[in-house]
Every structure is written in C-alpha cells, then in structure tokens.
Design a protein around this ligand. Structure first.
Ligand code: ADP
Ligand code: ZN
Length: 876
C-alpha cells in the first residue's frame, strides 16, 4: 500500500481495544491482505477502496467451545480476511443465538463437514494462542474426566476476567417513553419504566437490585413483548490487557526541507506542532497539554504525510511492588542424612527427564520444604521450569517470601489475595517466560510454562485441591496427567498423605519416600487427650478449658513461651435457642442454625452469609430468655481473656483476617514474641513455623468427627496431626492437649502415638470392607432445585434412567437418591445419588450414556441444576 494515507481514527481505537495489535502490526496485515475483522475491513474499504483485492474463495472453518455447560463444539466460518490468522487456542468473538460470545478455538478444518450454513467469526481476540496445545489437551482430559464442557475447563486454566463478556442491557423504547408520560401502565410497570428512563441502560440484575421488592420479572417480560423495553446485548471489554498508547511521530521518509516549508507556510499552528514533534515522539495527551486544541492540526499534519500515529505498548507497568534489586539469595541448608537420601533419588529422576510421581511422606518439621527447594533449583539448572502448589490458606506472605528469598525474581506468585489485575500480571510473566517458577494455589497447575521439569504439590491430602465448582477437578490428579505429557516429575508431599495416595504408593504407581524424623532430631510433641465428660461429671468443671490445659497455659505464660489454641468454628455460639419454647434460630435459606457473633450482636449463616441482628425476644413465643449453646473462636477468645488477663491474646480466623495485612501483622507479632496466646481456626495450622510455640490446645476435637462423611476419621487424623505439628518446632519439646467428649475414638490413639501407619492400615481395612474409596471410585450426581418437589421428581427420574442403563451390569452400585446432609443452601434444595464401582472406566461410560437419556436432555432448560462430581471429596 506504499504511502497510501489511511485515517485510522475509528478503526484504530477498535483495534486497540480488540486485538492488542499495534498499528504497525495492522498495517503489515493490511499489506498482506489479511485484515482482522469485518468492521475494520469495512472501515478500511470506505477509506481506500482500492486497497483490497477480492477476497480469496479459500474456505475454512473453526470449531469453537464456550465457557458454558454445552458439551459440543460449534463450527464457524473463517471469513477470507481471517484466513491463515486463526490458530487453535485463540479466542474469537462469535454470534451465538442473540448474543455475541467469546469462545476458544479448539479445531480448524478445511471444509464444512456438517454442510449447514455457518455463521462467521466476527473478531479474533488474540494475535497468538492464549492457551497452548499442551494445555488444550490437558483441559480436554479434565473436561472428559470430570464431565464438564471443554470450554469450562479452558476457562479454569486461564486467569479470571480475561474475556470480554456480553451482557443483556434493557433500554426504554420510544413507545415505552410515551406510555410513561401518558401514565397508562400498571404501578409495577411504571416502576420499571421510570428506572430505565433515569438510568438509561441496565442489566436485568441491576434493575432487580435497584427496584428490590418492587421488581417483577413477569411485568418486565410483558413490557418486552409490548415493545416498551428493548434488549440489546452489549460487550463489556476486559480491562486485563497490556496497556497501549498512541504516540505521534515523524513519518519515516519525510519530504525534503523545502517541501515541508512549503507545506506549512500558511499555518503557523501546524508549524508549531510539527516543530514540537521534531524534538521527539510524544503522546497525544502531552501534546494537548503543550498546545491546546491541537487535534485538528494534528489531523492536517497527518494528511499532509508529515506525521503519523503509532500504537506502542505502554512500558510503565501497572503498579506492582517489584522485588527489590538488592536481594541476597538465601543459602540452601545443608541437607541431613534422611533428606539427602530422598533428594538423591529425586535428583536422578529429574536428570533423566522422565515422568514419575513421588510421594514424600515426612513427619511435621522433617524439612520437606528444603527438598522441594533443592529439586526446583535443579530443575532451573536444567533450563526447565517448576510449579509449586500449596493449599490456599498456607499461601501466606511468608511462603511467597521464602521463595523470593531463594530464587529472586524468577518467581511468579498466584494467590487469591491479589486483585484480578495483579493475578493477570503474574500469569503474564509466566506466559511471556519472564519467570521460571510459579507458586500458587490449586489453579497454579495450569501455569503456562512450556518446558516443565517438576510439579510439587505440598500437603497433597488437602481438600482445597478439589475445586468445588465446575469443572470439579482435583489439582493433584490433574497435575499428574499434565506431568505425564511433559515428562515431568511430580512430588507430592505430606505428613499425613491421603489414603488414595498411600494406596497408589502401595500399588507402585507412586514412588514412596519418607522422612521419619524431625530435623535436628527434635522430638515430636507429647500428645494428651482429655476426657471433657469426666471434667464435667467428676471435676464439675464446666469451663471451655480443662484443668490440664489451663495449667499448661499458665506455665507457658510464666516461661515466656507461646500457645496456639485451635477451634475449627468461628463465632460465639453455634446454636441460639429460646429457653422457654426451644425455638432455634435457623437460616431461612439453608438447613443450618445461625451462629451468634457476640461482638456485634449478630446472627450469621456461615453458608450463605445471611445476617440479622439478634432479636431481644424469641420471635416465636415473645419471651425474653435466649440460650446460647456450642461455642466458636470468638467465645473462646472472650473466655481466654477472662482466665488469663495478663496474657496478650490474638485471634486469627475469617472474621478477623480481612486483608493480607492482618495476617502479616499477626505473624510479625508472633515472631517478636508480642503474642502469648494465638487463637484460631484451621488458618493457624498451616504455613507457619514458630519455634517458640510449645503448647497447642485443641479445644473441641470432635467437630470434624461428627461430619457425616466416610472420610471424617481421616480428616480428623490429618487435622489433629497438622495442628499438633505446630508444637515444639524449636528446641523445647512441645505439648499438645486435645479436649474431646469422645476420647475413646480410635483416631485419638493414633494421633497420640504419631502412628500414621497404624491409622492408615486400620482405616484402609475399614474402607475395603465397606467398599469405599480408595478401593472403589465414586461419582456423586447432585440435583439442586428451587422447588422441593420438582427436585424430588427429577431425582427419581434420574434414578430410573440410571437403573435402565445399568440393567445388565452388576458392577455399578447406585445409592440414593437421598437428601444431602446440607439439604438446603441458599434457598436451593439439594439431593444426590451416588454411583460406586471398582472400575472407573465403567462409571464413566455410564455417565456418558446418562447424558444421552431424554431425562437429562429435557433438564437442560429447566430450573433444576444437575452436577456430576467425579471422585467427590465432600458428600455433604
Ligand atoms: P515440614 O514442611 O516437613 O513440616 P519444614 O520444611 O517446614 O518442615 O522444616 C522445618 C524447619 O526445619 C524449618 O525451619 C527449616 O528451615 C528447618 N530445616 C529443614 N531442613 C533443615 C536442615 N537440613 N538443616 C537445618 N534446618 C533445616
Ligand atoms: Zn444461609
């Protein structure tokens, strides 16, 4: 196109927003007759019709999947001007029904196989694939195995907020406007029309929110049908992109000095602007500051081919505390004998670059982290990259700091404390290969490294590794699949491995490594179990604290040592009832009692966050007596303050930790010895290493045992061992006091003796007898409905469909349908069926066939939500 002068104004903005493309990139595309979108093509054509040759008849299609529960891929035509531009793993904007949606290209073919008229791709949103072929194949595995759609799995692998979203916006029409002024409408309709008149454009949700109780969906529907309200779909562009800015500069081959003089002769203003730019390229805003109202002048100068506008990646990055330049790398610790033995084996395997999962079973405080760090260092030396996954709550600033201290700015950290933008920046560092280590929670397994050497999963037994929304993948199991494809090593570490992993180690699927001793031969803590029934019955002690725990805390305070008090329940009381009529305060939306939070005098639902002020009188009988039963961390704190007035007490749970700062400040105070007693939920059990904590009190150990789940003993064992492991990590041996109303439960015996092997043997034997995982595989079919009866009917229909499919097989068992233990959450009624089999392939084939049954096909447009949970870990 040579020096043809294009006015880019309209299309350029469009380009900037849509493609992240620089003007130069677009120019070169234009030159090679490959232009990005219909819109641009039209714009360009209107500017310079001669520019474009007739489109080539080279026809091809793309298969596109969406972040929607739709199993199939949809085929779209690739218009000629996109030909050759679209690759697998790119995002495209396509028409979908009434809407336009972002989808992911997962296949490209050269003919329209289905032979049906196709819609065309409207925009291409990436210049390069945003998701690699390798991750495409991993997400496809996840979709197949966990029965989500491929698009949903891809979405889970990408940072949140990346895609443009299309939203329905309501608008008042001319007709609606007239109806409003004439006052012909019903009160409810008038509310809607009035709101739309003042707010112009609203999504149905926003309308609902601003009208609250006055909102009526059926009235809205009528208004739409009568043409008084129109719906248009509007695209909200994602803000997560590189920033681009326009700069003005001299053209590359300017005319001669004489010609310029001639061109600018009659306009001193143009001369001034031109001279300004001669001193160096600048942005429009800077220019406008220097020379007000310069935009028309600028246009003239551009049309005279003296200046041009170019789009540049803004170098100044979003505010981000960068790692200080003066960091000094932390020196690796000298490995002890046990650690060395493990490391040597891992090293051999890493150097061979073969896929191999390892289970590193090391007691608390045995120095597993140092082994992870060594392996990661080795992987970097081999010019590969590493992923380190930790449970969300142990991803404390200290964990991140530790990695930064060792590896400097080679680390990207992905955790939920970051804003969407910050997460995107971290992710982009990985995508652009600016770092070689990713540390993060569950989703870090999708870190887009091209050459992975190792994936470490710390605390591999942790339940937070299973995503509880679609796709319900397990990070550990998915990581193993990824590593297999990349010939990488997987290192699973834990002091209390899951029974699944123990079984896999027994079967030889995982290599088993162990660290049996704490570093420096420090003793494991002494564990005592206190019978709280006896405390009450014989000692007449009705306090939260047993006499032994109270005594032990006093001693610690005297000696200047620190105490952890662990209670896995927040609030003041978990059960508030009327003494007179026994009325109990329950959440109106969930089948649980409300928890009393005394400080603010509130009753709170821990499932849906429903909140009310505690009434002074019983709403049922009107009497003033209200009784509190059960207790949470807040009550524990109040009691501790009364009992140990001289102690400095802090609490760490979801009610006290709002930002990262509070977490850090507690950590700092602990290290400085400014806290004597730290009270907390699970939050205090992980990711902390305080050498001066010599006592851990478990206030009410039975909570996790009472959970109606076949894994409750395993969970309790893990939790108690982890909590106990916080004691005595320094030179002074630790003491753990566990208070329980069921002290004879077998779990406590094994915890007391630190006998993981004994526990796992007993528990595995039980599981085998009862046909539970890891011996069998399970799938939970969950049904959620707004209407109780509809849910029940549907559950029965699913049961029927399953029975029909299973008619001739007897290796799959159906349990249920039954109400879930938490029958109602957030106004939705929950039921489930559980399928169980020794052969997981058979289970999967049943599920695929279930999707083909009329029962399921009909359900897709009803108000019932059906979810499959493969290898469920939470059966509540
Ligand atoms: P784990 O994760 O197994 O519970 P950590 O990795 O947190 O244990 O290690 C416990 C403590 O021991 C840490 O303070 C760590 O710095 C220290 N440590 C680990 N390995 C060694 C070693 N080889 N020499 C000295 N100290 C070590
Ligand atoms: Zn609730």
């Amino acid at each position: 196109m040579g020096k043809t002068n294009l006015k880019w104004d309209g299309s350029q903005r469009f380009l900037q927003q849509s493609y992240n493309a620089s003007l130069d990139q677009v120019k070169s595309l234009v030159q090679s007759h490959k232009i990005y979108s219909n819109h641009i093509m039209n714009t360009l054509q209107s500017y310079s019709a001669k520019l474009l040759p007739d489109p080539q008849p080279d026809f091809s299609c793309a298969d596109v999947v969406f972040n929607l529960p739709l199993k199939d891929a949809y085929t779209y035509e690739i218009p000629p001007h996109f030909s050759g531009m679209i690759k697998k793993g790119m995002r495209v904007l396509v028409p979908f029904g009434r809407r336009r949606l972002t989808g992911y290209v997962v296949g490209i073919s050269h003919k329209n196989e289905k032979n049906i008229p196709l819609k065309a791709i409207e925009e291409v949103q990436d210049l390069e694939p945003i998701i690699s072929r390798e991750l495409l194949s991993l997400t496809r595995w996840i979709a197949n195995y966990y029965h989500s759609s491929w698009g949903e799995a891809i979405k889970a692998a990408l940072p949140a907020g990346l895609d443009d979203v299309s939203q329905d916006k309501l608008r008042l029409t001319e007709k609606g406007f007239r109806a409003l002024t004439e006052g012909t409408q019903s009160t409810q309709a008038t509310y809607i029309l009035q709101t739309l008149r003042s707010k112009k454009r609203l999504t149905p949700k926003q309308l609902d929110r601003s009208l609250k109780k006055k909102y009526s969906p059926s009235t809205l529907l009528k208004l739409k049908q009568n043409g008084m309200v129109s719906v248009e779909s509007q695209i909200t562009r994602s803000s997560l992109k590189y920033k681009y800015e326009k700069v003005i500069r001299l053209v590359e081959n300017p005319p001669t000095k004489e010609e310029i003089k001639e061109l600018l002769k009659r306009s001193p203003k143009q001369r001034a602007v031109y001279d300004f730019i001669c001193r160096g390229e600048t942005t429009i805003s800077i220019l406008n500051n220097k020379i007000p109202r310069s935009s028309q002048i600028l246009k003239n100068l551009i049309s005279k081919q003296l200046l041009e506008i170019s789009v540049k990646k803004e170098e100044k990055r979003l505010s981000q505390p960068s790692f200080s330049e003066e960091w000094t790398p932390e020196n690796p610790l000298e490995l002890n004998k046990e650690q060395n033995k493990c490391y040597r084996e891992l090293k051999q395997s890493l150097e061979k670059s073969v896929f191999q999962p390892y289970l590193l079973h090391g007691v608390t405080g045995s120095g597993k982290t140092e082994i992870y760090l060594r392996c990661i260092q080795l992987v970097l030396d081999l010019n590969k990259s590493a992923v380190m996954v930790v449970p969300e709550i142990s991803l404390t600033p200290q964990t991140a700091q530790r990695f930064r201290q060792r590896f400097g700015n080679k680390v990207a950290v992905l955790h939920s404390g970051l804003t969407q933008k910050e997460r995107f920046i971290e992710w982009k560092k990985i995508q652009d290969e600016k770092v070689s280590i990713a540390v993060g929670a569950r989703s870090a397994i999708f870190a887009p490294f091209k050459n992975l050497g190792i994936i470490v999963i710390d605390e591999e037994h942790d339940t937070s590794y299973k995503q509880d929304s679609c796709p319900r993948y397990h990070a550990r199991d998915s990581a193993i699949i990824r590593a297999q494809k990349q010939n990488a090593l997987v290192l699973l570490g834990s002091a209390t491995p899951s029974l699944e992993s123990i079984k896999n180690a027994e079967k030889g699927k995982y290599h088993y490594l162990s660290l049996e001793k704490r570093v420096h031969n420090r003793m494991l803590p002494i564990v005592k179990v206190i019978n709280m029934k006896q405390e009450m019955n014989t000692k007449k002690n009705f306090s939260i604290f047993s006499t032994s725990l109270r005594k032990a805390i006093f001693e610690r305070i005297k000696r200047g040592e620190q105490t952890f008090l662990f209670l896995n329940r927040r609030g003041t009381a978990n059960y508030v009832s009327c003494k007179e009529c026994s009325f109990a305060f329950e959440c109106p939306h969930c089948s649980v009692t409300l928890t009393f939070h005394g400080k603010k005098n509130l009753l709170l639902c821990h499932y849906c966050n429903f909140i009310i002020q505690k009434p002074a009188r019983c709403p049922d009988c009107g009497v003033e007596v209200i009784r509190f039963s059960g207790f949470g961390t807040q009550k524990l704190e109040d009691e501790a303050k009364k009992l140990f007035p001289e102690a400095r007490i802090n609490r760490l749970d979801r009610d006290t930790v709002k930002g990262r700062e509070s977490f850090e400040s507690v950590h700092r105070k602990m290290n400085l010895g400014e806290i004597d007693i730290l009270i907390g939920t699970q939050m205090i059990t992980k990711g902390h290493d305080f050498p001066n904590v010599t006592l851990v009190g478990v206030i009410y150990a039975d909570i996790s045992l009472h959970i109606p789940d076949f894994r409750s003993a395993e969970r309790s064992f893990q939790l108690l061992t982890q909590v106990a492991g916080r004691a005595g990590r320094g030179k002074v041996p630790g003491l753990v006091i566990i208070q329980s109303l069921l002290p004879d439960h077998y779990v406590f015996d094994f915890v007391k003796d630190h006998d993981f092997r004994g526990f796992s043997e007993k528990e595995l034997a039980l599981r085998e007898k009862l046909k539970y995982p890891p011996f069998t595989r399970m799938v939970s079919v969950e049904i959620e409905s707004e209407h109780e009866q509809a849910g029940e009917l549907f559950a029965n229909r699913i049961h029927k469909a399953l029975t029909r499919i299973l008619k001739r097989t007897n290796d799959i068992e159906i349990m249920g349908p039954a109400r879930a233990a938490l029958y109602q959450i957030n106004n939705r009624f929950r039921r489930h069926l559980i399928l169980r089999s020794y052969d997981h392939r058979k289970l999967h084939s049943v599920l695929s066939r279930l999707y083909e049954t009329p029962e399921i096909k009909k359900s897709s447009n009803s108000k019932i939500k059906l979810t499959l949970d493969v290898d469920p870990i939470n059966l509540m």
